[in-house]
Design a protein around this ligand. Sequence first.
Ligand SMILES: Nc1nc2c(ncn2[C@@H]2O[C@H](COP(=O)(O)OP(=O)(O)OP(=O)(O)O)[C@@H](O)[C@H]2O)c(=O)[nH]1
Ligand SMILES: [Mg+2]
Length: 656
Amino acid sequence: MSGKYTIALAGNPNSGKTTLFNRMTGSNQKVGNWPGVTIEKKVGSYVKTSSGGTKETVDVVDLPGIYSLTPYSAEEIIARNFIVDEKPDLVINIIDATNLERGLYLTFQLKKLGCAAIVALNMMDEVEVNGTRIDFEKMSKLLGFPVIPISAIEGSGISAKVAKLMGKHTSSVAKDGIKKLVEKCNDILDHSYKNVPGYVPGKAGYQFDHTKFNLSQLKNADEIDFDEHSSEVYDLITKIVADTVKQGERQVQAERSKKIDAVLTNKWLGIPIFLIIMLVVFQLAFGAVGSFFSDAIDVFLNETLAGWVEGWFTSAGVSDWMLDLVINGIIAGVGGVLTFVPQIVILFIFLTLMEDTGYMARVAFIMDRLFKKIGLSGKSFIPMIMGFGCSVPAVMTARTLDNEMDRKTTIMITPFMSCGARLPIYGFFIAAFFAANAGIIMLFIYVLGVIVAIFSAWLLKKTVFKGPVSPFIMELPPYRMPDLYTYFKHIWEKARGFIIRAGTVIFAMSIVIWFFQGYSFSFQAVDDPAESIFGVIGSIIAPIFGPLGFGDWRAADALMTGFVAKEAVVSVLEILYPGDSLLSFFTPEIALSFMVFCLLYLPCLVAFVTIKRELNSWKLGIFAAVYQTVIAYVVAFIVYRIALVAWPFLSVYFTG
Ligand SMILES: Nc1nc2c(ncn2[C@@H]2O[C@H](COP(=O)(O)OP(=O)(O)OP(=O)(O)O)[C@@H](O)[C@H]2O)c(=O)[nH]1
Ligand SMILES: [Mg+2]
């Protein structure tokens, strides 16, 4: 951190810290409507003009959510240590104003610690809709901290405008909340905390002047021991809330959420509804809509661009091998991946929506019933769902699980969830074999991943990671309108990341692949690709995959390169099976078997390194990779054998 001052954001999980952080610093950190989204501290900054007129940088640190300074899980320790050890100049204590009682506990601990803090009462838009009134002045006096009402979500132009269009009440008190909050921060930083009651800057860090602790009006605060007699603190909190809050007649969000949940989390309907939603999403992404855009990109790259390059190279007299490299290596390899940007975008439009509205938290809740039976908590489902995006952050999210055995099990099974990089592989085969039934095939692949994950969890909890079942304590947030600004930015970032990878990693790999399939070990150009470097290596490995149907050297090479990056599988397939030659080797049955193997086999290099790091053991990391590959082999074998028998009957319904 390089700024002159440091402000830390501290508060309960799901209270809106990251939303405020993004707003204050213009960052784009992940926001989601469930507790435990942020698992690492993130630093951003803004520039303030000091009272003397000079510009100074203020670092803002977003922290994982905590309920108290007595942390349990790894990510809570990060937050606690930052506040206690790094001693930020100022803490913004964010409280979900619809849930004051719970939030204020941490405020008291910050008080006890002697932090300079501002209390930001967030979600004021929801409070106002309920008709609840809060006396901020009085609360500020009682707490001895400035109290500022905000609505982190309404700060941005787009969200506020759309909310208005939809007839949503725009919070009046919260309108300039963030502006006021930042002004207050700057003010306190400028005046060395003098106007924070109760705070005295001391030589050894924070000191707390109890004489200025206004709560002494209610109770002698010195005597409160926060950890051992927390019930006393709760008594105080109850008093403060009773003194300053006039509850509205209705709990609008809570009532609405309850109505929606009666259907969506229904014991019998919950899982079928989730499956239908996913089927519709997959059909949109991989069916007509997605392929319309994919085809357009494909035509542009492989016809327009390739034609243009060819014309240009020929007239410029560029050598044949160069032309071959650019068209059959780079454009084929990178283009093969880029073609699937529309699928990625469509999938994330929906997945992110489900996360932001609070539906994903419900899915975890529904899954809990099932998970409990196998000895795992529904909380494990959150990392698993994140695995649909990328295994790397998903595996890290397992840190939110307090139970060590649950955490390890979750890390092991999360890679079975189909990540975005594997998506082009399915898209590739669906376009070739299952175009008319894209949705159902994709649902099959994704659900198979979940089933294998659940089966593995059961197996691992019974054998390697034995341990007690920990109760599911994640509370369900109310359904919320997503913050549109971060929502679209998030989807854009996903697409951008995918495109950048295609332009860097996959670009480089396409050149290597092109070389490996066109040249021999003695670096001589070969006419028959089977004699190339790839041909020789692939032929040695290929027989292993014979029982799965794809004992071809090209498929074997594709799988090997997939260890570096999953997207590369498609690049290899595009380069090694030019034109329609795919059809001379693959059949729908083999395609299915190959897709299943790709779904389950060892994750990419970065994911492997992350798994090893999070498990903190080479032995377990390698065990994970071997386990995943063995499972992939067995399941692909079973699927292939069943497909061989069933396909003649099924193909009547599945015509590509
Ligand atoms: N209605 C409303 N929703 C908000 C407001 N601020 C944040 N949210 C929503 O609350 C949810 C949680 O926001 P986050 O910023 O991820 O919360 P967090 O405190 O960072 O959560 P963790 O990282 O899990 O500790 C998201 O769905 C936000 O869109 C607000 O002022 N009003
Ligand atoms: Mg957060």
